[in-house]
Design a protein around this ligand. Structure first.
Ligand SMILES: Cc1cc2nc3c(=O)[nH]c(=O)nc-3n(C[C@H](O)[C@H](O)[C@H](O)COP(=O)(O)OP(=O)(O)OC[C@H]3O[C@@H](n4cnc5c(N)ncnc54)[C@H](O)[C@@H]3O)c2cc1C
Length: 202
């Protein structure tokens, strides 16, 4: 059994191109002219005016490595596209997975705490049972019935910029799950650095 921390990878990102394309779309509405460096200020004005539909023309894709509890909540966001590691088809007893299961460490328990040890034992037990079920002839899609929310998963997520803004408003708020916030807060920080005009005013 392996345990890891969650992380993300922002895929194929070109902030200048994103802003240029949004400007192009928005200027169709106003029949105004762009110049070489006009995109950022123009997009800022558009967002401040509440004309957010124009930012739907551009998207960002992120690969998230997190637990299945988090992705269960993530995929409730409907204006998005997802491709997720399948527990129906992946057989974690195979060599490419090292013959073991990977779990995401809970962010809210210290490694020395009793709660963490209970969690760890429970994951070890589920790995042992999963592998035993496969030995007994179960298929991966059957054996997965005993796997916990903490199982590591990978999910490729594409949302348009308006949906990312909506998603961050809900999923970085104090009411969001701590393991969701463990990912969304650093992801939003990174996107703010790369594309401040879109993400700064959340
Ligand atoms: C703190 C928190 C606690 C939650 N607790 C629970 C819970 O206990 N149980 C539970 O089931 N869910 C829960 N949810 C999930 C929540 O109900 C939403 O399903 C989820 O956050 C997706 O967000 P969204 O509905 O805004 O829509 P998205 O799918 O992200 O869509 C974006 C926006 O598009 C519009 N839209 C999309 N689809 C429609 C539609 N069919 N009709 C009209 N407008 C639409 C809405 O304006 C929506 O806000 C929780 C979410 C949060 C953040």
């Amino acid at each position: 059994m392996k345990t890891i921390k969650p992380y993300f990878v922002i895929e194929d990102f070109d902030g200048a191109k994103i802003l240029k394309n949004i400007e192009k779309a928005a200027r169709v509405c106003y029949k105004s002219e762009s110049s070489e460096n006009s995109a950022e200020n123009f997009v800022k004005k558009i967002i401040n005016s509440g004309h957010e539909s124009v930012i739907e023309h551009e998207k960002i894709t992120v690969l998230l490595i997190c637990d299945r509890g988090v992705t269960h909540e993530l995929v409730r966001h409907r204006i998005a596209s997802y491709s997720q590691e399948s527990t129906r088809y992946c057989n974690y007893s195979h060599d490419k997975f090292g013959g073991e299961l990977t779990f995401i460490e809970p962010s809210f328990w210290e490694k020395e705490s009793v709660s963490y040890k209970i969690w760890q034992k429970s994951c070890e037990q589920s790995e042992e049972n999963y592998l035993k079920l496969l030995e007994e002839g179960a298929t991966p899609q059957e054996a997965r019935a005993i796997l916990p929310n903490s199982l590591k998963t990978e999910i490729y997520v594409t949302m348009n910029l308006r949906e990312w803004r909506h998603f961050f408003k809900l999923r970085t708020a104090p009411a969001a799950h701590p393991q969701m916030r463990e990912i969304t807060i650093p992801l939003l920080d990174e996107l703010r650095k790369r594309l401040p005009v879109i993400f700064d005013n959340l």
